[in-house]
Design a protein around this ligand. Structure first.
Ligand SMILES: *Cc1c(COP(=O)(O)O)cnc(C)c1O
Length: 407
């Protein structure tokens, strides 16, 4: 539909990119709860096996409900972008059971024993553990530098000739540090390396990494894309369509990290309101950050929408808005952190992020409780650090809850 009628904004794309066609004329793409698909004849079966579209063979290989979500995500990431020939950029997305499953496909389909990944030190915990525990055991090395320093990136690539892939997470968890997508991609591409980006915190509405010539974009769809906290999921999007349909697809189906029709349906519905939700998430987050920054109980706030964040200018360059995840340090340390969390009356105590309601966590007593203190402090997880994913509630209620909890 978007080919015949060019859409002018991401909300229209999110609602109409996947079309409304199915045999029963259902308005929404139905939940195709089926493990397998029938063939009219042997020839029909043969054609489907041989074809490029493997969605109607076996649901580990693909399923029409997955396709609806995949086409929507691909259209959002490609929106308004052009390929090397100046034509509208075409992307292919593969939906997975979780972000971790999509990340596994990304790394294993592109790397082999003896290769290395270059990445930044502030990373999502699951990504860091996947790299240092699982990939390391297969002989794929991980080299971590501060990628905000471009000289360190260049030096690492000069020193380590086995680096094959550069993985960027920006903004990064939980420090909200940003990595320069344009500059790092240019350095990596000059050496012919693969570049992948974890775009989970930003979503395609705030940031489109394919604009800078990266090869892959990854999302944990569990977060802002689904938006309602109803399902775990992940997606891997690539611009080399042939590679996505052959080697990447092969690893995906053989590792077995496929999604399921119900979760794919929930994701497809959630994404329709992405633009509306993100505008409200971001507006609320900006107000919360400004309020906290002047509060006497708060030592500092990590949010790129504040002029004093070191990545304020970079974030303004590569993102439409600074997002809705922030972290802040309470002056009273561990005890103050626990007390603050316990006093919250509306904001929800939970890890994860990107849901319509505000989620607040205290990493030192929750997600990072098992990590030795010196080690977590090295990664910026200090005693009084609070991570907050600002929701789309009425802003007065979020502010009132924070105010009473900080008393
Ligand atoms: C949640 C998250 C992941 C992992 O995704 P799951 O859906 O939990 O498997 C990876 N990267 C980032 C930035 C995340 O927030």
């Amino acid at each position: 539909m978007s080919e015949k009628f060019p859409l002018s904004g991401m909300s229209s794309v999110a609602m109409h990119a996947c079309g409304h066609q199915n045999a029963e004329d259902a308005h929404l793409t139905p939940i195709f709860a089926t493990s397998t698909f029938t063939f009219d004849t042997a020839e029909d079966g043969m054609n489907r096996f041989a074809g490029t579209d493997k969605t109607r063979v076996y649901s580990r290989w693909g399923n029409p409900t997955f396709t609806a979500a995949e086409e929507t995500i691909a259209a959002l990431e490609a929106f308004g972008l052009k390929d090397a020939d100046g034509k509208p950029l075409q992307l292919k997305a593969l939906l997975h059971a979780s972000g971790q499953a999509a990340m596994t496909t990304l790394f294993l389909s592109n790397l082999k024993t003896g290769d290395a990944i270059l990445s930044h030190y502030s990373l999502y915990g699951g990504t860091q553990e996947l790299m240092t525990k699982v990939l390391a055991a297969t002989g794929i090395e991980v080299i971590i530098v501060d990628m905000r320093d471009l000289n360190k990136v260049t030096e690492a690539l000069q020193q380590h000739h086995h680096i094959k892939l550069v993985h960027i997470e920006t903004p990064a968890n939980p420090t909200i540090q940003c990595v320069d997508l344009d500059a790092v991609t240019k350095i990596a591409k000059a050496k012919g390396l693969i570049v992948s980006v974890d775009n989970t915190f930003a979503t395609p509405y705030l940031q489109q990494p394919f604009k800078y010539g990266v090869d892959f974009v990854f999302h944990s769809t569990t977060k802002f894309l689904n938006g309602h906290g109803t399902a775990i999921g992940g997606v891997l999007i690539g611009k080399d369509l042939e590679k996505m349909r052959t080697s990447v697809w092969k690893w995906h189906v053989l590792l077995g990290g496929n999604s399921n029709p119900f979760d794919a349906f929930l994701l497809a519905q959630g994404m329709k309101t992405l633009e509306l939700r993100m505008d409200r998430h971001c507006a609320n987050a900006q107000k919360v950050a400004e309020y906290l920054a002047q509060h006497p109980a708060i030592a500092h706030v990590n949010f790129t929408g504040l002029a004093n964040h070191p990545d304020h200018a970079l974030s303004a360059r590569q993102m439409r808005l600074p997002g809705a995840v922030m972290s802040y340090e309470l002056k009273g340390g561990l005890e103050a952190g626990k007390q603050f969390i316990n006093k919250l009356k509306m904001c929800v105590r939970a890890i994860s992020l990107g849901t319509v309601d505000t989620l607040v966590s205290h990493p030192a007593s929750m997600s990072h409780f098992g990590i030795p203190r010196e080690e977590r402090i090295k990664y910026g997880i200090t005693d009084g650090l609070i991570r907050m994913s600002v929701g789309i509630e009425n802003i007065e209620d979020i502010m009132n809850d924070l105010e009473q909890a900080l008393k």
